[in-house]
Ligand binder design. Structure first.
Ligand code: THU
Length: 156
């Protein structure tokens, strides 16, 4: 039997059009990108995670001369939150933004490994973790849950 998987997502015509809480989250992500350690790619990424209690925990990409040893902004943020606030391992949304070597804001869509990690926390908490991605000055994309970004995710 043939089956189809369809996802829905929302686009806003810029950061200023976002609901206030998500605007704040994306602004925190842009600020977090300043903490990136990216001497190899020169591509800075910031991620900001809103916990269920409203706290925002941020992360940025951290590279290494042994390339695979580096870590993306999204996992830096969620591992920081999970390790520092284990009692509040409940995530409402994550916002992500890239900044290129010219300082221009760029699209940053979570890589496959980050989707896998985010999906496990989403599955554990039993409710959606929204994903808000900067795409361009006139476009911010919101996905309602991580499962939409990683259908049929691996889990144990
Ligand atoms: N990167 C992230 O931090 N998040 C993403 O969603 C995509 C890629 C980082 C990894 C690497 O440090 C740099 O961006 C270039 O790939």
């Amino acid at each position: 039997m043939d089956k189809t998987f369809v996802i829905s997502f929302r686009e806003y015509e810029g950061v200023s059009k976002l609901p206030a809480a998500d605007r704040e989250l994306l602004t925190a992500a842009a600020d977090a990108a300043k903490g990136a350690y990216a001497p190899y790619s020169h591509f800075h990424v910031g991620a900001a995670l809103r916990l269920a209690d409203g706290t925002i925990v941020c992360g940025s990409n951290q590279e290494n001369a042994a390339y695979p040893s580096g870590l993306c902004a999204e996992r830096t943020a969620i591992f920081a939150a999970s390790s520092q606030r284990p009692e509040c391992r409940d995530f409402e949304a994550i916002a992500i933004i890239g900044v290129n070597e010219r300082g221009e804001r760029c699209e940053a869509s979570p890589c496959g490994a980050c989707r896998q990690v985010l999906s496990e926390y989403e599955r554990n908490q039993g409710h959606p973790l929204r994903v808000v991605c900067y795409v361009a000055e006139d476009c911010v994309r919101e996905y309602g849950c991580v499962a939409d970004l990683l259908p049929f995710a691996f889990s144990l």
